[in-house]
Design a protein around this ligand. Structure first.
Ligand code: THU
Length: 132
């Protein structure tokens, strides 16, 4: 299995653990660090809707808690035509993405499209302490 296939499988597997009783839309995200370590997250909703956390947010938090700072490749899986990261999550991914980060967007059957970070978030806001 290729690294990308494994990343897709990790995202598809964690998606099944999503807590999404309000939207019924389950999402899984898997991030690969430059050394190959993989971190995953799923969306966690709340009765107070804005409290919800996206799959990408959970995966970024898991990565940071493990002491990592860089994302080389990411896969987001949702049961939709194109489950692209929301605007907030694009900013989250940008914070930690390597210069050549690719974000793959998948449905349950496989990757549908792949985006550079510049395609997802052109003219992104950044500050000098990024990745400190
Ligand atoms: N969602 C994610 O977790 N990631 C995405 O990339 C798109 C949307 C979640 C948020 C909410 O729990 C549900 O999907 C419906 O919007």
């Amino acid at each position: 299995m290729s690294d990308l296939d494994a990343l897709f499988e990790a995202a598809r597997t964690v998606r099944k653990r999503a807590y999404a009783p309000y939207s019924n839309f389950l999402v899984g995200a898997a991030l690969r660090a430059p050394d190959g370590t993989v971190f995953t997250g799923c969306n966690v909703e709340n009765a107070s809707y804005p409290v919800s956390v996206c799959a990408e947010g959970g995966a970024v938090s898991a990565m940071i808690a493990a002491g990592y700072r860089e994302i080389a490749e990411a896969v987001v899986v949702g049961d939709a035509a194109l489950c692209t990261p929301c605007g907030v999550c694009r900013q989250r991914l940008k914070e930690f993405g390597t210069d050549d980060l690719i974000v793959h967007v998948a449905d349950l059957n496989g990757i549908k499209r792949s985006f550079s970070m510049d395609e997802l978030l052109p003219a992104a806001f950044e500050l000098e302490h990024k990745k400190d």
